[in-house]
Design a protein around this ligand. Structure first.
Ligand code: BDR
Ligand code: CA
Length: 300
C-alpha cells in the first residue's frame, strides 16, 4: 500500500516514520511537512534527516508554516525540544527538499494514482485542507486519509482540544467534514498506548541505529510526560500508522465529527451527523504497543 505521511517531526513523528519504514505492508513513497511541533523549515530538515537514517530517497515536500485562518503559533518546544528531537542537536541532512510545495506534491501524486494512495496527516491538517481545496478530485482520488488528531473524550493541549486540531481548527473541521474516506485516530486510543524508559532501552538494544535514535530523543519527551505524573509517553503518531495496517486492533465508531473553530473550546472534536468517518474510540493498547516495539526491533 502506497503511503504519504504529512508530518511535523517531532519525537512521536519520528517513531511513526520509522515504524512505517519497518512495516512490510507499507510502501512509504513521500513525506510532506507542516508547522506544529517545530517550525516548518525545521520539520522539513528533520524529515530529511529521518530519511537519511532510514536510507530512503523519497520526496520531502515542504508545506504550510502557519494555519489557514489563525495567526502563527510558536512551536511546541516544551514537548519536543528546541529542534524537534528532544535534547538532540540539529542535524544537517544530505539531501535537499523537493522543489514542489506540499500541496503540489500531494495533488499531483494522488491524481497520478487514483484510489491507491493512503495519506496520513500526523500534524496540523493545513496541507491536507489546502490540497482538497486546490484539487476538487483529491478527496475522491485518495484511498484513505488516516489522521492522528482530535479525541471525543477531551484534549491534551487544552482540556478540550488535541494539539493537531488546536493548531489549525479550521483545516481540521474542513477535512473532517469533506466527505473523503477518513479514519480519525485521536487521544481516545493514542493516550492509552505508552512507552516507558525501559521500552526505549529495549528498542535501542534491538535496533542500534533506529531504536537508539528513538531512545536518544525520548528522554526530553518522557520528562514532559513526567511533569504530569506519567511514567510513559504517548505513541500518538505511531498509533495512527498502525491503524492503517492493523485496523482490527482498534475499536471504531462511525460518526460525523465537526471541530470547534472559536471560543474557549476551540479545537474540540464534537460528534455530529453526516458525513461520517471512522473514529478510533478504543483498542487493544497492549497489542498496539507490542507491534510498535517488535517492528522497530527489526530495523538496523
Ligand atoms: C500530536 O501532537 C503532536 O505533539 C504530536 O506529534 C502528535 O502528532 C498529539 O496530540
Ligand atoms: Ca505529529
Amino acid at each position: 500500500m502506497k503511503l504519504i505521511i504529512d508530518t511535523d517531526p517531532g519525537v512521536d513523528d519520528a517513531m511513526a516514520l520509522f515504524w512505517a519504514h519497518a512495516a512490510p505492508e507499507i510502501d512509504l513513497i513521500g513525506l510532506t511537512t507542516v508547522f506544529g511541533n517545530v517550525r516548518v523549515d525545521q520539520a522539513t530538515r528533520n524529515a530529511l534527516v529521518l530519511c537519511d537514517v532510514m536510507g530512503l530517497d523519497i520526496p520531502v515536500a515542504e508545506g504550510a508554516g502557519q494555519p489557514l485562518v489563525l495567526p502563527p503559533f510558536p512551536p511546541s518546544a516544551y514537548v519536543h525540544g528546541d529542534e524537534g528531537f528532544g535534547d538532540m542537536p540539529a542535524m544537517t541532512p544530505t539531501r535537499a527538499k523537493d522543489p514542489r510545495d506540499a500541496v503540489t506534491y500531494l495533488t499531483e501524486t494522488v491524481c497520478a494514482h487514483p484510489g491507491e494512495i493512503v495519506v496520513a496527516p500526523i500534524g496540523p491538517l493545513t496541507n491536507i485542507a489546502a490540497a482538497i481545496q486546490a484539487d476538487p478530485e483529491f478527496a475522491g482520488n485518495v484511498k484513505q486519509i488516516v489522521i492522528m488528531g482530535g479525541g471525543l473524550k477531551g484534549g491534551n493541549i487544552t482540556p478540550h482540544a488535541e494539539a493537531n486540531f488546536y493548531h489549525d481548527p479550521h483545516a481540521a473541521h474542513f477535512v473532517m467534514t469533506c466527505g473523503a474516506p477518513i479514519i480519525m485516530v485521536g487521544l481516545d486510543i493514542t493516550e492509552e498506548v505508552t512507552c516507558v524508559p525501559a521500552d526505549f532501552a529495549a528498542m535501542a538494544a534491538a535496533s542500534p541505529k533506529h531504536g537508539q535514535m528513538l531512545q536518544d530523543m525520548s528522554h526530553f519527551y518522557l520528562r514532559f510526560y513526567a511533569e504530569y505524573g506519567l511514567e510513559g509517553c504517548g505513541l500518538h503518531d505511531p498509533a495512527a500508522i498502525i491503524a492503517i495496517t492493523h485496523p482490527e486492533l482498534f475499536e471504531m465508531k462511525r460518526t460525523g465529527v465537526s471541530v470547534v473553530c472559536e471560543g474557549d473550546e476551540i479545537g474540540r472534536s464534537v460528534p455530529s451527523d453526516e458525513p461520517t468517518v471512522d473514529v478510533a474510540v478504543g483498542g487493544d493498547a497492549a497489542a498496539i504497543k507490542a507491534l510498535f516495539m517488535d517492528r522497530i526491533g527489526t530495523l538496523p
